[in-house]
Design a binder for this molecule. Structure first.
Ligand code: ADP
Ligand code: ASP
Ligand code: MG
Length: 412
């Protein structure tokens, strides 16, 4: 039988009624002759609540225990979905990550899937089971401990299953009906894209468009998974949603395909560090060891052998970063006068494969922000993206004015 993977995000399984609604969609695909693997998220809000409990209990928590707590939301929805399908007369069984097993690295809270042996689930399909419901977001480390895949990780579970089972398609059901030119919650002018290239989706995701987890796009690209994003609240149709696919010529015509943002950024500045060979390694080594995801970096002009070093990282890693840098200072590995954290910044990015061939995109972006009186604090660019760090209070304004400037309301 052909295999189909269907992933339901938190809002799509937020109540028993919604689980029923999702189960009905699964039933439709079973009726078409598919063996279906359903990946479920926790009920919406549940994972945030669990993360909150962990932080309240232990701000610099042991990530193994974080995973033990935070993975649990998906266990509930997996069981409930299997029960709902059984009530509908569809033979279904649930699996937690470790039961499959979803083998991951031991990078707790941010583990990567290494292997999903298909035998257990395939054997059950062979016995007449029609739906395997798998708890998303979780796996098992080589030491046998529960891991999680980073926030939004159920998307990655879904694509990894689609690759492992050579599924005909991987459908990501969410609360919007596809991938938009920007977050439709921020701009009413956002337009749904019928298709988007893997590369653009990868950038948008990594720059904050949380509709798909970055790693899920990477895997889909590598294993050529046919990936579709669609709404679980709209009537089923073959045309629905957005297809994430290889790039097509027409996509090159638009300089920018989307605007992404990340609200929870922090800008950290080390004031007056000695400007000597090895200083960057001495700063960023301990940060990396402490699990801080450093994003943008700037080193200012050096004066009298000393310089300021600025970097950005997620807001919830500021405590870790401060601890790591202060320890390095206490050990004598680095020497700085002060460490200033600005936690009121956000990152806004323009993404488009058309940037490779069209010039002037950066200039237009900076001019647009300047016309709105928005000061740019840090800039980073790559072949197909331009990102700026700005004050968080300007987030909506920046996204909307860039969306206008690049005429994204005309995108299709
Ligand atoms: P789920 O719980 O189904 O995984 P998420 O909340 O993780 O859903 O992702 C869907 C959300 O992503 C949407 O509600 C939307 O606000 C946000 N989003 C951000 N950028 C985009 C975009 N470019 N296109 C569509 N949705 C986006
Ligand atoms: N429940 C997890 C989260 O909220 C995983 C997911 O929904 O993809 O991050
Ligand atoms: Mg998600």
């Amino acid at each position: 039988m052909p295999v189909l993977v269907m992933k339901f995000g938190g809002t799509s399984v937020a109540t028993l009624d919604r689980i029923k609604r999702a189960a009905k969609r699964v039933g439709l695909e079973v009726a078409k002759g598919y063996d279906v693997i359903v990946i479920v998220s926790a009920m919406s809000g549940k994972t945030n609540e669990l993360v909150g409990w962990v932080n309240e209990t232990s701000p610099l928590y042991d990530a193994r225990e974080y995973d033990a707590v935070v993975s649990s939301g998906e266990n509930v929805t997996a069981g409930l979905m299997a029960l709902t399908l059984q009530e509908m007369g569809v033979p279904a069984r649930s699996w937690q990550g470790w039961q499959v097993p979803v083998k991951t690295t031991d990078a707790h809270a941010n583990a990567r899937i290494e292997e999903i042996p298909p035998e257990n689930i395939t054997a059950k399909f062979g016995e007449g089971m029609k739906v395997a419901v798998v708890a998303g977001f979780q796996g098992i480390s080589p030491e046998g401990r529960i891991t999680t895949l980073g926030r939004g990780g159920s998307d990655t579970t879904a694509v990894a299953f689609a690759a492992a089972f050579e599924a005909e398609r991987c459908d990501i059901y969410t609360d919007v009906d596809g991938v938009y030119t920007t977050d439709p919650r921020i701009s009413s002018k956002a337009r749904k894209l019928h298709k988007i290239s893997f590369e653009e989706m990868l950038e948008l995701a990594s720059l904050g468009a949380k509709v798909l987890q970055t790693r899920s796009v990477e895997l889909a690209m590598r294993y050529k998974v046919k990936l579709r994003v669609l709404s679980s609240f709209e009537e089923p149709s073959d045309e629905a949603g957005t297809l994430v696919c290889d790039e097509e010529e027409s996509m090159e015509n638009r300089p920018v395909s989307g605007i992404a943002y990340s609200r929870d950024e922090a800008k950290m500045t080390l004031i007056s560090v000695a400007d000597r060979p090895g200083i960057a390694a001495a700063i960023f080594g301990p940060l990396s060891d402490a699990g801080v995801n450093v994003d943008m970096i700037i080193q200012n002009i050096s004066e009298e052998g000393r310089t300021d070093m600025t970097f950005s990282c997620p807001t919830d890693q500021v405590l870790r970063a401060q601890k790591a840098l202060n320890e390095a200072k206490a050990n004598g590995d680095i020497n700085f006068h002060d460490l200033v954290a600005d936690t009121d910044v956000c990152k806004v990015s323009a993404v488009g494969i058309g940037m490779r061939s069209q010039s002037g995109v950066a200039a237009k972006m900076f001019k647009t922000l300047s016309d709105e009186g928005i000061n740019i604090k840090v800039i980073a660019t790559s072949e197909i993206k331009i990102s700026v760090l700005i004050d968080r209070k300007y987030l909506e304004l920046a996204v909307q004015s860039l969306h206008d400037a690049f005429e994204l309301e005309k995108a299709t």
